[in-house]
Design a protein around this ligand. Structure first.
Ligand code: SF4
Length: 207
């Protein structure tokens, strides 16, 4: 008999590197049989398939272990980040956490990958993702429309520079609200930015 399963994306949340504790791994494996597999994605997430009857118990156990859990599919993914090598405050970890809280899991026409990096070295690869944030000194730059895959790969284009955290949050919200409302089904954000026009998008987030 086939056991119906539901897929979740999990990780250890935003911190110094994409890490899991032994306890978190043990909790994950407690909901797996010997032949079950965890899928490691390129986006600092693990995919785990949970039997439908155990979903509630698993979600409670994951939360207790400090795991973050996200839906899989056409949603905003959890924020990919750099390793904050120069320190939490200096590299804006609280801002990265706030962005993640605000946007991860929001339904979209197609999967949205958002990335954050704490300095211009850019270890979080913000310009090759749909939404990219780069902290430069005490302000933030926002990019949109990056695409890492395919022969039509492209860099995200600048939307705002020198922004405060509040201005940054507002700009990201506006971009995602627009895309959610006007993006075609399965139209990647990179294509939507090209179709809508980068100048029109800059005007949208300017005030
Ligand atoms: S982007 Fe900057 S702060 Fe973040 S890990 Fe790289 S060098 Fe360190």
């Amino acid at each position: 008999m086939t056991v119906e399963k539901q897929r979740f994306a999990v990780n250890g949340g935003i911190g110094f590197g994409s890490k899991l504790t032994g306890k978190q791994l043990l909790v994950l494996t407690s909901f797996m049989d010997e032949k079950d597999e965890l899928e490691l994605t390129t986006f600092q997430q693990l995919y785990i398939d949970i039997p439908q009857a155990k979903v509630d118990a698993a979600l409670t156990a994951f939360e207790d272990a400090g795991l973050s859990v996200y839906p899989v599919g056409n949603f905003v993914k959890s924020l990919r980040t750099c390793n904050f090598c120069k320190g939490s405050e200096q590299e804006g970890m609280p801002v990265a956490k706030e962005i993640n809280n605000r946007i991860a899991g929001r339904p979209m026409p197609f999967t949205v990958r958002a990335a954050y990096t704490g300095c211009a070295v850019g270890c979080g690869e913000p310009r090759t993702n749909d939404i990219g944030v780069m902290k430069i000194k005490e302000t933030y730059s926002l990019y949109a429309g990056g695409k890492a895959k395919g022969i039509d790969a492209q860099l995200g284009q600048i939307l705002i520079e020198g922004a405060s955290p509040e201005k940054l949050y507002s700009a990201i919200d506006r971009v995602l609200d627009l895309y959610a409302a006007q993006g075609k089904k399965r139209e990647p954000l990179s294509k939507f930015v090209d179709r809508y026009g980068i100048e029109a998008m800059r005007n949208l987030v300017a005030h």
